[in-house]
Design a protein around this ligand. Sequence first.
Ligand SMILES: O=C(O)CCC(=O)C(=O)O
Ligand SMILES: [Fe+2]
Length: 223
Amino acid sequence: MTADLFDLPQARPAAHAPASPVSLAEGAVLLPALALPDASALIDAVHTIARVTPFRRMETPGGRLMSVAMTACGKYGWCSDRHGYRYTETSPLTGASWPPVPDIFAAVVRRATAAAGYPTPPLQSCLINRYEPGTRLSLHQDRDEDAPHMPIISISLGVAATFLWGGLHRADPTRRLRLTHGDVVVWGGPSRFVFHGIAPLARSFHPDTGECRFNLTFRQIHP
Ligand SMILES: O=C(O)CCC(=O)C(=O)O
Ligand SMILES: [Fe+2]
């Protein structure tokens, strides 16, 4: 008989234990609550950016209005209009350069890429999405960038959402994953072009964002 079993340290209560990374596919990982310690600072920075270059709903090339409102920071901001999807160096709304990527964004991205086993991409672009109840992002690939070797880093803030995670073909089956406040998803390598989206946001309340969800996505645009 050994006492070893009884000498093991007590397991920490689940609420305080750091949740382990969840592999979604080769090259793709969900890092639960990785951004939680910085969530308030991230949200403050989102509001600062939105005061400079406000959230707006853009038109798709097909002439439909996107339900999600967007803004951006970094050297390049993603834009959509009748002429297509592209990255611009100035905001079409203000005519000025996009605001710089705040240091707190860069710090969280560094932690996320390290945890996911990727190098940190140069932070050329951050797209900021604002979801209100009922808004959604239909299944799509992120393919407007010229640097496919770099992963996408996505930070969720506020109201929880259902992330649709598919495969490399539109018709592949999709998994539904709940993304909550502070969760980070990183996808690159063989998963860089996986189809993904956000199901219509359920009406709910988060103390830091009200009925909204914010999502930050970081991408390298040019090699
Ligand atoms: O909101 C999200 O979690 C995903 C955002 C996204 O896929 C995009 O902006 O391209
Ligand atoms: Fe996307």
